[in-house]
Design a protein around this ligand. Sequence first.
Ligand SMILES: Cc1cc2nc3c(=O)[nH]c(=O)nc-3n(C[C@H](O)[C@H](O)[C@H](O)COP(=O)(O)O)c2cc1C
Length: 319
Amino acid sequence: MNRDPEQAPIVALAPMQDVTDLAFMRTLTRIRCLPDFWMTPYFRSTRTTCVMPDDLLLCIRENPSGLPIWAQLAGSSASSLLRDAESLMQLPIVGINLNVGCPSPLVNRHGAGAALLKNLPLLREITQVLRAQLPRGAWSVKCRLGWENPEEFSKVLDVLCASRPDLLIVHARTRKQLYAGKPNRAAVQLAVQRANCPVLANGDVQSEDDARDWLHEAHPAGLMIGRGLVRNPYLLRRLRGGSAPSPQEMQEYYAILLEETGLLLKRYTPAGHCNRMKKFLAFCYADFSAEAEYALRRCTDPMEMSRLLESGRQFPSAS
Ligand SMILES: Cc1cc2nc3c(=O)[nH]c(=O)nc-3n(C[C@H](O)[C@H](O)[C@H](O)COP(=O)(O)O)c2cc1C
């Protein structure tokens, strides 16, 4: 489905296990950089049970901004996924997103995530069952292009489109590529042409220029952005015509994230607080001097971390 060029592109926050948690959602809310919707990292659905971690449930229950939130499921059994989709639908979510992209060996060994890309009959069964049970507007998929080769995508797309998703998000890489290599814009364009629903492009949006290239070359309804928003959440404001962040705003972002991260720890220790914060910083180090990065990676004292975050940033963000 082609985007109406008059309409602003949708911009969503990509789900990232252990990163896009309630602390991050609260931080974006406090600095007033909000996406159009949230999506939880995946709940793992197995034959016996669905793992319902407290931190994911908190994102849904406390959803600080009240924006629409999708719950993502990863699994490989149609009946178990259906059971878990029905139970998640009791919560205040807009719908269910099926994870067809996770490259984790543990998840793939059980046939889930990206492994579904090499088992199209199973992918068909799961997507048909979920579509049949989920209300209109409540069924979406986030996929990669294939297991090994982007040429697999055409058949994957056939299967996904047959389930009439309400939203399709394409991380434009194969499982083999993991998180590196240039995202394949032509594949997203193919999805835009074939799918009868909004398609969001995902992969490597770090700047306004990256976003413009995606929109120009593949014409998706919008973008889903992960690592780029952790590094610079003000990119959301920039993509809506606002200004790039000042150094003070970036400092405020780090300070609020550090504070919110500490508040969510179940058993507080200073070293645990710093370690949790490093999950975010992994995507921010490029903006710090080599000395500051070295010190941040070793830091176990939140006061010291706060000082390093204030003084160690050396480059203005890309946009
Ligand atoms: C640490 C980490 C955790 C992730 N967890 C999930 C997840 O739970 N579900 C999912 O669909 N994708 C997950 N992803 C993939 C991202 O949603 C996204 O597709 C990928 O990072 C590419 O987008 P980006 O370049 O904007 O980050 C994860 C990625 C990272 C780096």
